[in-house]
Design a protein around this ligand. Structure first.
Ligand code: CA
Length: 314
C-alpha cells in the first residue's frame, strides 16, 4: 500500500534569535507562502539606538508588501528592493537615525522558478542532489578580497573586518542589487540566513542539518548550534523545502534563460568592475568634512577658475 504524504508543495520555517552576546536583535525575518509561490526575507540591520532594528524591519515589510501584490518577476523584485531602500533612506534622514542601513536577502518562489535578490552579506544557499552551494556573493570587504585572491576563506572567516559590508540597503539613495534566477526542482532546499549563522557554522554543518531535518527541525537545530558555538551575533534562518513543482507550459519571457536549470545572474546593480567599494561605518557620525566636502571642493574650484580668468584677461 502506498503511503500518501500530506505535504504542501512548499514547506518553510523561519527563526530569529538574538544570540548569546547581544542584548538586542537587529535582524528581521519575514515570510509569506501561497500554494505555489512564496516570499522569504532575511535582513540584518545596523545603526545605533534601535535604528538597525528599524532598518531591517522596514526592509522586510516593504519587500514582502511589494512581492505579495502579484506574481514575482525580476522587475518586481528590483522594485521591491527599491521601495525598501527608499523607505529606509527616508527614515535615516532624521539626525538620530544617521548611518542606519541593512542587508536584505530575499527568495521569491513562483514555481517552477525562483528569484533570489540580495544586498549585503546575508546569504542564500541551495541544497540540490546532495550538492550544497552558496547562491549569493557577499557584498563585504573580505568577500571582495577573496574574489581578488588576496584572502583565503579561513583568513576571511577570522578577519577583524569580516563584518564590514560594502553595500547596504537604505544607507544611500541607491543600492546595488544582485538578482539570481533558477528553475526549481522537486527536492530543492533553500537556506537564507544572516552572518550570525554563516559566520559561525561551516558550510559542511549547514548542509548536514539541511539534509537530515524538516525545515522546522532545521531552523531550530541551526540556531541551537550557532549558540553552542558562542552565538556572537544575532542569528536568523529560513529553510524552504520544495516537494513538488508544477509543470509550466508557457514560461514568462523573463524565465526563458532559466530553462537550463542552472542559476543565472539576471541583474547586477552595477558591473562588478565598476562597483565602488564603500566601507560602511555605521557607528561614525557624519563629520564636518564629509558633510561639507563637496561644497568646499566646489568653492575651491570656482575660486581657482575666477583667479585664472581674471589674470588671463588682465
Ligand atoms: Ca549580523
Amino acid at each position: 500500500m502506498a503511503a500518501t504524504l500530506d505535504v504542501a508543495p512548499i514547506e518553510a520555517a523561519a527563526l530569529t534569535h538574538p544570540g548569546r552576546k547581544r542584548t538586542t536583535n537587529q535582524d528581521a525575518i519575514g515570510e509569506k507562502v501561497w500554494a505555489h509561490s512564496g516570499v522569504f526575507v532575511v535582513a540584518d540591520g545596523m545603526g545605533g539606538h534601535r535604528t538597525g532594528e528599524l532598518a531591517s524591519k522596514l526592509a522586510v515589510k516593504n519587500i514582502l508588501d511589494v512581492l505579495s501584490e502579484t506574481e514575482a518577476s525580476p522587475n518586481l523584485v528590483i522594485e521591491a528592493f527599491e521601495e525598501a531602500n527608499d523607505a529606509i533612506y527616508s527614515a535615516g534622514q532624521r539626525p538620530e537615525s544617521r548611518g542606519m542601513g541593512t542587508t536584505a536577502t530575499a527568495l521569491a518562489l513562483s514555481l517552477p522558478y525562483a528569484l533570489i535578490a540580495h544586498v549585503g552579506d546575508s546569504r542564500a544557499y541551495l541544497l540540490r542532489d546532495g550538492v550544497f552551494s552558496q547562491l549569493t556573493q557577499d557584498h563585504s570587504w573580505v568577500a571582495e578580497r577573496m574574489r581578488q585572491g588576496l584572502l583565503t576563506p579561513s583568513e576571511a572567516r577570522n578577519h577583524r573586518w569580516r563584518n564590514v559590508i560594502t553595500n547596504a540597503l537604505g544607507s544611500f539613495p541607491e543600492a546595488r542589487v544582485d538578482l539570481i534566477g533558477l528553475k526549481v526542482r522537486p527536492g530543492d532546499r533553500y537556506l537564507i540566513c544572516s552572518d550570525g549563522l554563516s559566520g559561525v557554522l561551516e558550510d559542511q554543518v549547514l548542509q548536514e542539518v539541511l539534509e537530515d531535518a524538516s525545515p522546522q527541525e532545521a531552523v531550530e537545530r541551526l540556531v541551537k548550534l550557532a549558540n553552542e558555538w558562542g552565538g556572537p551575533d544575532n542569528i536568523s534562518v529560513i529553510v524552504v523545502a520544495v516537494h513538488e513543482v508544477p509543470e509550466q507550459t508557457s514560461p514568462p519571457p523573463w524565465a526563458l534563460p532559466l530553462e537550463s536549470g542552472e542559476p543565472i545572474i539576471l541583474a547586477l546593480g552595477q558591473e562588478e568592475s565598476t562597483v565602488e567599494t564603500r566601507v560602511f561605518e555605521p557607528k561614525r557620525p557624519k563629520g564636518f568634512w564629509n558633510r561639507w566636502r563637496d561644497l568646499i571642493f566646489l568653492l575651491v574650484y570656482v575660486s581657482l577658475l575666477l583667479y585664472v580668468l581674471f589674470f588671463y584677461h588682465k
